[in-house]
Design a protein around this ligand. Structure first.
Ligand code: UDP
Length: 384
């Protein structure tokens, strides 16, 4: 229990992966700054990645359910988590349960809250690709929307998608994406903490800064297999044009394919998964981002970093519409042509870098907390 709080005052966050840690951290910090009682229950879906991402914001989970077993499927994660979370919720009886995004953890947290008849807040609600992919994320977020009581939508498009699925407009607030609040927080820390910035500069001294820097990340389940092989083939070819920096996701399928295709190749820097400050430092200096990540599609535009999206569909349509991002898919020749085209056209890169900010300017944590307190805070409860 958060110190000094009675159960009905606790805002209980359930999270288990790196992006959830990054995107919920500013909301938790904002609640703390307003003398509220956030509590974070970690599921253990990711281990080190999650703890490191939280630690970058000076946070630790209050409790860890530690459910992850080697090579678990999403069905097994959800099947293990729902009863384990339901037991904790029954004991804690918080004012509200908060989940973020579309992971197996978020889906299980939503179900456990629904069974416990606890109010549910969904952070980053309403993202839709309009297809079955990405799987199972699209399925998770659609299902969570049907269970949530308060939907914190990052954009007007997300709000419209929710209304289209029958969600009452009064239950939706547009907040911007909390990932931008996290990014602003980390940028301020890097600007302030000169020792950290100097350590990072030393850590990445092996990258030839006279050449363009392509920052790549790949991890999505739907890209495993031939699509991943094609992406890696393109990156190898592009090492002729630019420094390729690729923090390798620890998923064994991804890590194995990356090592086989790119280990010890000139111009290619394979790195372990990076702590969030290091990744932000690199995004600040990169020429282009090549990624299938959701979070990177949102963060890069806020840094003026153009994004080539290595997917066939994306639920982050706003970045495509504003011109910050382009959907290039996973075909080797298409990726190579898109990158070479941009590297040879400084005006095109400049237009992408300067496009309007599609995911808000960084006040999402404040707006999220405003909405949560108005709906589930002590004063709101007293008024009912
Ligand atoms: N990120 C990080 N280190 C890395 C790669 C990414 O800290 O080596 C951060 C990134 O800035 C973003 C989040 O992790 O905040 C995105 O996570 P990921 O791409 O794993 O998941 P997705 O956003 O696709 O769900």
């Amino acid at each position: 229990m958060a110190m000094g709080a009675t159960p009905e005052e606790v805002f209980l966050f359930v999270a288990g992966t790196r992006p959830e840690a990054v995107k919920l951290a500013p909301v938790i910090l904002e609640l703390q700054a307003r003398w509220q009682h956030p509590m974070l229950l970690a599921t253990g879906q990711h281990l080190e990645l999650f703890d490191d991402a939280l630690a970058a914001f000076g946070l630790v989970a209050h409790e860890n359910l530690d459910i992850m077993r080697h090579a678990q499927t999403p069905a097994e994660v959800v099947g293990t988590l729902v009863p384990a979370l339901a037991r904790r919720f029954a004991a804690l009886r918080p004012a509200a349960v908060i989940v973020q995004g579309d992971t197996a953890t978020a889906f299980a947290g939503a179900q456990a809250a629904a069974y416990a008849r606890l109010p549910l807040v969904h952070v980053e609600a309403g993202l839709r690709s309009g297809s079955d992919e990405p799987f199972p994320e699209e399925m998770h977020r659609r299902a969570i929307a049907q269970m949530a009581d308060l939907h914190l939508a990052p954009t007007t498009g997300a709000r419209a998608a929710l209304i289209g699925e029958g969600i009452a407009p009064v239950a939706i607030r547009i907040t911007g994406n909390t990932g931008i609040a996290a990014l602003n927080w980390m940028q301020a820390r890097l600007a302030r903490d000169t020792a950290l910035a100097a350590t990072l500069a030393r850590r990445f001294a092996g990258i030839d800064r006279r050449r363009p820097l392509l920052l790549a990340t790949v991890h999505r389940r739907e890209n495993h297999g031939v699509r991943l092989a094609a992406i890696l083939k393109a990156l190898l070819a592009l090492a002729e044009d630019a420094e390729i920096v690729l923090p390798v996701h620890p998923h064994p399928t991804v890590a194995g394919a990356v090592q086989a295709a790119l280990a010890e190749r000139a111009g290619v820097h394979l790195l372990p998964p990076l702590d969030y400050p290091a990744f932000v430092w690199l995004m600040q200096r990169a020429t282009l981002a090549l990624t299938d990540s959701g979070g990177v599609q949102e963060e890069a535009p806020a840094l003026g970093l153009p994004v080539l999206v290595l997917r066939d569909v994306t639920e982050r349509q706003e970045g495509l519409q504003s011109g910050n991002a382009r959907l290039v898919g996973t075909d080797s020749a298409a990726i190579i042509a898109a990158v070479r085209g941009l590297l040879g056209d400084a005006h095109a890169i400049g237009r992408m870098a300067e496009a309007a900010l599609p995911y808000g300017t960084g006040d999402a944590a404040r707006l999220s907390v405003d909405a949560m307190l108005a709906r589930f805070g002590r004063r709101a409860a007293a008024a009912e």
